[in-house]
Design a protein around this ligand. Structure first.
Ligand SMILES: Nc1ncnc2c1ncn2[C@@H]1O[C@H](COP(=O)(O)OP(=O)(O)OP(=O)(O)O)[C@@H](O)[C@H]1O
Length: 504
């Protein structure tokens, strides 16, 4: 227990150091930019830190965050959360609320004396539950799994949180997320209120909310929560660290250079995610802070990681004019329902953000020619919010079906100009040429539906003299084929088939 505290304290010292370092490196005005980005499409504004803050202001904010977290927790009826997991979380939430109130009531007089008993650091890591329990949906990792680790590596941070990578048991990579003591959120709050304890609590509600959502929303495109840990650190008791699936940051530039198939996969995973969020057990959820940095990539799939700005609140209205959505390039007015709620606002906000940040860049560009009209209609319909998410996901699945089954290939009878001689169990070493968009940096490695498509590609590349049918497939099940500029360097290669172009 003591050792784990020391380790986590060391982790947070590292967090504080790195956070401070990042602040020093930050361009001036980042804070301002962040606020603009976060709320530019009509979301609830972030707390605007007053020039000087009173303890009552801070208390009000703490209560508001606490109540928000409770609202998300209250939807429990529909969810299979076990009592074993629920109880400690409830207790932590109550602790946070009671302590935030009592710390103001007893202001500085009995601060140290009002500390509650030390938490049970392993309540989510019950006796006997080891790493193998990760196959279970319920979070199973706790403090002891992440304690005393020296191989924690900083990954990134945002306004509030810092994220670290840790490899457990030399096999499972996880992400540790905690409040960034050197981050803008804490620093601005402390500057205003001069109370690190309560500023920490205010920020930690974002992690608690995120944790509740990660636990309650189960979908392949939502990062998996593996567990959490409450420990004392930086003179603050019960600091919270969540342990989740690890991803890699979504790099738009890199994505733009990848194959259409991979870019389509990102858009498809996003649409499937938005479909789930529109029909989630908590009702229709919107991602108020919808930017590419809120997502990570795990094995080629897009997953949402930052859920602290997710909202399930509907927008009340008395007329259509109340259902106004403002985006930088376009505005929309949605219908106000007879029940006095803006119709499908959460879903449509997500959809338009998906269009403007993802579809418009990733979908049509270098797509198979015959799929272009369908892709264009998806881009246009989402850009004008003509379709809801149900129709959008149906159209995406149609594209996937057509692509996976070669229905995008032309119906014309294939008449190759050259003949191709088949040689089994050999491949060609080197003799590569570059093509775009290749799955290989120095060679031309493309996915094809069938041999005819491979021949078509070879005939359309002036360098192509042969191709090697590998035994590998892409995520859609398409074959990967290496196109080659020559056929001198034959090498034995079990399972591969080389096709040699024999006449021109
Ligand atoms: N599971 C993860 N695996 C890898 N990287 C992650 C993971 N979770 C978050 N990150 C990275 O850490 C950064 C910060 O995380 P997160 O977005 O949760 O913090 P935040 O303070 O809420 O940020 P923001 O200011 O964008 O709201 C992310 O932009 C992302 O690049």
């Amino acid at each position: 227990m003591r050792r784990s505290r020391i380790a986590l304290a060391a982790g947070f010292c590292l967090s504080f150091f790195l956070g401070t370092l990042l602040n020093l490196l930050c361009v001036p005005g980042f804070d301002h930019l962040h606020q603009q980005h976060r709320f530019r499409d009509g979301a609830t504004p972030a707390p605007q830190w007053p020039a000087t803050g009173s303890p009552a202001d801070l208390l009000r904010q703490l209560r508001a965050r606490y109540q928000e977290v409770i609202r998300y927790r209250e939807h429990r009826a529909a969810l299979p959360v076990s009592g074993r997991l629920r109880k400690p979380l409830e207790r932590r939430l109550m602790d946070l609320a009671q302590r935030s109130a009592s710390s103001h009531e007893q202001h500085r007089v009995t601060k140290s004396g009002s500390e509650p008993a030390a938490p049970e650091p392993t309540f989510l890591s019950p006796q006997g539950a080891g790493l193998l329990d990760l196959s279970l949906r319920a979070p199973s990792l706790g403090c002891r799994d992440i304690a005393n680790r020296s191989d924690v590596r900083y990954l990134g941070s945002g306004y509030t949180k810092a994220v670290y990578k840790l490899v457990l048991n030399r096999s499972l990579s996880v992400a540790l997320k905690s409040v960034d003591f050197g981050g803008h959120d804490i620093q601005n709050c402390v500057q205003q209120y001069r109370d690190l304890q309560d500023c920490y609590r205010l920020a930690s509600y974002k992690i608690v909310k995120e944790m509740i959502l990660l636990q309650r929303l189960q979908h392949p495109n939502i990062l998996q929560l593996y567990g959490y840990c409450y420990q004392d650190s930086n003179d603050i008791s019960n600091t919270l660290t969540t342990i989740t699936e690890l991803g890699s940051p979504l790099e738009m530039i890199q994505l733009l250079q990848s194959s259409w198939e991979d870019r389509f996969r990102i858009c498809l995973s996003l649409v499937r995610l938005l479909h789930y969020l529109a029909h989630s057990p908590l009702g229709s959820l919107t991602l108020l802070d919808f930017r590419p940095r809120q997502f990570v990539i795990v094995d080629g799939e897009l997953k949402v990681t930052d859920l602290d700005d997710a909202s399930m609140e509907g927008t009340p209205c008395s007329s259509n004019a109340d259902c106004f959505m403002e985006f930088p390039a376009r505005n929309f007015t949605l219908q106000c329902s007879v029940e006095g709620k803006c119709q499908n606002m959460n879903e449509k906000r997500n959809l338009y953000n998906a269009y403007r940040f993802f579809f418009t860049y990733l979908l049509p560009h270098s797509a198979p020619l015959s799929l272009k009209p369908l892709l264009d209609s998806i881009v246009n319909a989402t850009g004008e919010l003509r379709w809801g998410i149900d129709e959008t996901v149906a159209q995406f699945e149609k594209v996937l079906y057509m692509y996976r089954n070669g229905l995008y290939l032309s119906n014309m009878t294939h008449t190759p100009k050259a003949e191709y001689k088949q040689v089994v169990d050999v491949s060609i070493a080197e003799e590569d040429y570059r093509c775009w968009p290749s799955y290989h940096h120095n060679g031309c490695l493309l996915s094809v539906y069938n041999i005819n498509e491979a021949i078509d590609i070879c005939e359309s590349h002036s360098q192509c003299q042969a191709f090697v049918w590998t035994n590998e497939t892409t995520w859609t099940g398409r074959q990967l084929v290496f196109f080659k500029a020559g056929s001198i360097n034959f090498v034995p290669d079990h399972g591969k088939i080389t096709y040699l172009k024999s006449t021109g």
